[in-house]
Design a protein around this ligand. Structure first.
Ligand SMILES: Nc1ncnc2c1ncn2[C@@H]1O[C@H](COP(=O)(O)OP(=O)(O)O)[C@@H](O)[C@H]1O
Ligand SMILES: [Mg+2]
Length: 310
């Protein structure tokens, strides 16, 4: 099957993680550790997920003129992700996520988007040829709204389908919902989009109907361990259950799902098969610690799918 280009327009941040025996109170210094550093950001994680599945991936983002920026570029290159449109900001630092995980597994995260939060429409427009040649464009809400708008406008102009992962949720120009083909909120994001609670399959149907009426033809609400709910009009949709695995760290499950979905669609899979592929990529990602580093390869996914049936 031909591997179409996947262009990801989104965030890159360096994850700086430390374990802590307990969460520090205001003003408190806790002796924690071990410390771990890794590439992160929803855009970067989703790009790695798609690249490890075998897609030709172009990453459109921005880093600072600093060591974390060089680290980002080296990681993208290692993952065979094209960095031609990884811009460098001379003022803002490369984004970073400060992550503390306590002994209960609870986390506390501060994300400083830095350079990737200032990605401009003009910079996205420089990638217009690559977007035009893409099979799928994947975008989140972790950069600037102007970058998201420019991405959707270009993809629309060239007739390229867009997957919008509306995460982390914040208000964005809702008119772009008319111009995208797929949307992949998790329960919380679906709830923010619609004002409805999204906990059960019945809730997911109601929320999906509302999102569908906003203009998105394919609504996929991911629901953690429950799986995901797909709706494309009519009386009801379909729940795709998750694969049963020993979950070790569910951070980045949504990123794995989106990267896997983009790969599968870009390589010509029918949407129902693409959703199952994405579900398998996500399942394997939760069996490993970390975000980008936890993304499985295509071989791992194929071996898993051969032995695990939904
Ligand atoms: N514990 C789990 N076991 C197996 N698959 C999971 C698990 N948690 C999540 N997934 C898979 O990952 C997908 C995305 O997870 P979800 O939690 O909905 O996204 P997010 O990380 O954005 O909150 C789910 O639809 C499901 O297929
Ligand atoms: Mg979740």
């Amino acid at each position: 099957m031909s591997q179409g280009i996947v262009t990801v327009v989104g965030s890159y941040v360096t994850d700086l993680m430390s374990r802590t025996p307990h969460m520090p109170r205001v003003g408190e210094t806790v002796l924690g550790g071990p410390f771990k550093m890794g590439p992160g950001g929803k855009g970067g994680n989703q790009a790695v997920a798609a690249a490890r599945q075998g897609s030709t991936v172009y990453m459109v983002t921005k880093v600072g003129d600093d060591e974390f920026g060089s680290y980002a570029r080296a990681n993208f290159t290692k993952e065979t992700i094209n960095t031609e449109y990884v811009f460098v900001d001379l003022v803002e630092a490369t984004g970073a996520a400060l992550i503390a995980v306590d002994d209960n597994g609870d986390n506390l995260i501060v994300v400083a988007l830095g350079a990737c939060g200032t990605l401009t429409a003009e910079e996205v427009n420089q990638a217009s040829q690559v977007i035009a040649n893409s099979a799928v464009v994947l975008v989140q809400l972790e950069t600037s709204n102007e970058a998201v708008l420019a991405t959707v406008a270009l993809a629309k102009a060239y007739g390229v389908p867009v997957i919008l992962n509306p995460a982390p949720y914040h208000e964005f120009p809702r008119e772009i919902l008319q111009d995208i083909t797929y949307i992949t909120p998790n329960e919380t994001e679906a709830s923010s989009l619609t004002g409805l609670k999204v906990e059960t399959e019945a809730d997911a149907l109601q929320a999906a109907k509302v999102i569908y009426l906003m203009g998105v033809p394919n609504v996929i609400i991911t629901m953690g361990k429950m799986g995901c709910y797909y709706y494309n009009g009519g009386e009801s949709g379909k729940l795709y259950p998750s694969f049963e695995v020993q979950a070790l760290d569910t951070t980045g499950a949504g990123d794995a799902f989106n990267g896997g979905l983009a790969f599968a669609l870009a390589s010509g899979q029918a949407l129902c098969d693409a959703i199952i592929h994405a579900t398998a990529v996500a399942a394997l990602s939760v069996t490993k610690v970390g975000t980008s580093p936890a993304m499985p390869t295509l071989e791992e996914v194929q071996a898993f799918m051969a032995t695990h049936k939904l």
